[in-house]
Design a protein around this ligand. Structure first.
Ligand code: V07
Length: 255
């Protein structure tokens, strides 16, 4: 129903159900920490992996909702460098989700002009996972619609360490003048070198922390937290986050 409304929006209209304002500023880049899948499963006496699969369904919904309202970049935190410490079976299951997602969604995402990118360290990923990601990146490389990033085997400090190692190697090779090091140079060595910083971060499931996600990039980002568990998160929750972001932007504009 809302999907239909969102499509029909004109610049001056206000969508009554969500409080979102079509004339307001739509965030260019929204980053999401998709937390609460395990808890969602526990509450239903289901195995944790059932929560992950339900969470994947939410990813599909939210990506569609984002695309429909014209968000340019979405970054979804799918697997952290810390997640390797989880039980082996759970890790194996998680590492199959990218393929599972892409096998049902990739053709449609391509039809909609979506570009897929993986942010994170590519070593340690099983070959089958990496291959599915590389194929998706390759097939969508030229697409100029929604830029959909999955942070996978991603850690914010790890990303910064990698950037410093690259810069140190370039300094040593005489390719980089250390006196010219600045924020722009550091940004160029992050996974997000071609991606603007997020305007809005959403984290579900009640934890009020960043958990090593996009530490550098979130410096000026608006943060929005909800107790809703990721599998229960709907496009209405998503629009609510954006409406609140727009409210904050309006208040800044007023002062
Ligand atoms: C994963 C589902 C969402 C909740 C958070 C944890 C579990 C989608 C992907 C994915 C990744 C790359 C890609 C396409 C889809 C995914 C993992 C876990 C590891 F190109 N959901 N999802 N990857 N979960």
């Amino acid at each position: 129903m809302l999907e239909h409304l969102a499509r029909k929006w004109t610049r001056k209209e206000k969508q009554p159900d969500s409080g979102m304002d079509a004339s307001g500023k739509i965030p260019v880049h929204v980053a999401v920490i998709m937390d609460g899948n395990g808890r969602w499963a526990n509450l239903r006496s289901l195995p944790r992996v059932a929560g992950h699969r339900a969470g994947m369904k939410t990813v599909k919904e939210v990506v569609k909702a984002a695309d429909e309202i014209g968000i340019r970049y979405m970054t979804m935190y799918a697997f952290s460098t810390e997640n390797w410490k989880r039980p082996r079976d759970e890790v194996d299951f998680l590492m199959r989700l990218p393929q599972e997602f892409l096998s049902t969604e990739l053709d449609e995402l391509i039809d909609r002009g979506v570009r897929i990118r993986m942010l994170g360290s590519r070593d340690k990923l099983p070959a089958h996972t990496l291959e599915a990601l590389l194929i998706a990146e390759e097939r969508t490389r030229e697409n100029t619609g929604l830029q959909l990033n999955f942070a996978l085997n991603y850690g914010g400090r790890d990303e910064i360490v990698k950037a410093f190692m690259e810069m140190a190697a370039q300094v040593q090779a005489g390719l980089l003048d250390p006196s010219k090091l600045d924020e722009k140079e550091i940004s160029r060595h992050l996974y997000t070198s071609e991606i603007p910083d997020p305007d809005l971060l959403i984290r579900t499931s009640g934890e009020i922390r960043l958990s090593n996600f996009m530490l550098w990039q979130l410096a000026y980002t608006e943060l929005w937290f909800t107790d809703v568990l990721w599998p229960d998160f709907t496009r209405e929750h998503f629009y609510q986050a954006i409406a609140e972001y727009q409210g904050r932007a309006r208040r800044y504009g007023a002062v």
